[in-house]
Design a protein around this ligand. Structure first.
Ligand SMILES: [Zn+2]
Length: 250
């Protein structure tokens, strides 16, 4: 008989199953994805359901099922309630969950993603609302770097030659800025503002809690967000509705 086990996880998404159950998509502490059934979770008095709202962190007892795990106990660690009660925070947190839902894989560990994600949500809960877009950019840049797509921002991503700041071009496929010669041969090149690579470099080097202190102007944050959206979309095949909505509404 399969043995139940305990895991700390971040809830990313819930999907209805049958009359009263939910399928919860989770990011486990080791960075792998887990999908689990919470039986009876949609009933009014379900304690399991109320503790597995998206963006909450919990300790779960899981029992292996035939195709999905089964949630047998939930102990709330951090509810992140403020993310669900404020529209701006909710939209930013939704991008985090959407990204994790699409890049995490069952049985595939990535040891740094969980800490990055929970720290990002902690900071988003109390940050100045005006700083949320920059936090989203920082999360996406760091998240892409952890999954093998750390952007090259100081020299040409193809040949390491110097780039021309007045004509900044970023290769989505090569994942970095390009010199004029290489840019001419790359069909995935997008133009961006000269300061965008500088901002992304600063974000990659900063802790999430220190991002707002960088004082990045909002128009530059917007340019960086548009570039990161293009970069993520190029490399992650699944459509991210929350990221689409975030860049559409600004
Ligand atoms: Zn080059």
């Amino acid at each position: 008989m399969a043995v139940a086990y305990r895991v700390r996880a971040l809830a990313l998404r819930k999907t209805k199953l049958g009359e009263s159950d939910l399928i919860i998509t989770l990011l486990a502490e080791d960075g792998s994805q887990i999908r689990a059934v919470a039986k009876g979770a949609r009933k009014m008095k379900s304690r399991i359901g109320s503790r597995l709202e998206p963006y909450s962190v919990a300790d779960l007892m899981l029992s292996p099922g035939r195709s999905l795990e089964i949630v047998t106990e939930v102990e709330m660690i951090t509810s992140h309630d403020a993310l669900r009660s404020d529209y701006d925070r909710l939209r930013a947190a939704a991008v985090v969950a959407d990204f994790l839902d699409k890049v995490s894989v069952e049985g595939q560990a990535e040891s740094r993603t969980f800490a990055l994600s929970t720290t990002t949500l902690d900071v988003m809960e109390t940050a100045d609302v005006a700083d949320l877009p920059l936090l989203v950019v920082a999360f996406l840049a760091k998240g892409m770097a952890m999954h093998g797509y750390r952007p090259a921002l100081t020299a040409c991503a193809c040949c390491a030659a110097a780039t021309v700041p007045e004509d900044t071009r970023f290769s989505l496929s090569a994942g970095g800025v390009l010199c004029p010669a290489c840019a001419g041969q790359d069909s995935s090149v997008v133009r961006t503002a000269p300061d965008v690579p500088v901002v992304l470099g600063a974000l990659l080097g900063a802790k999430l809690a220190d991002v707002s202190a960088l004082g990045v102007p909002s128009d530059l944050t917007h340019d960086a967000l548009i570039l990161m959206k293009a970069f993520v979309t190029y490399h992650v095949p699944a459509r991210m509705k929350a990221l689409d909505a975030y860049t559409r509404e600004g």
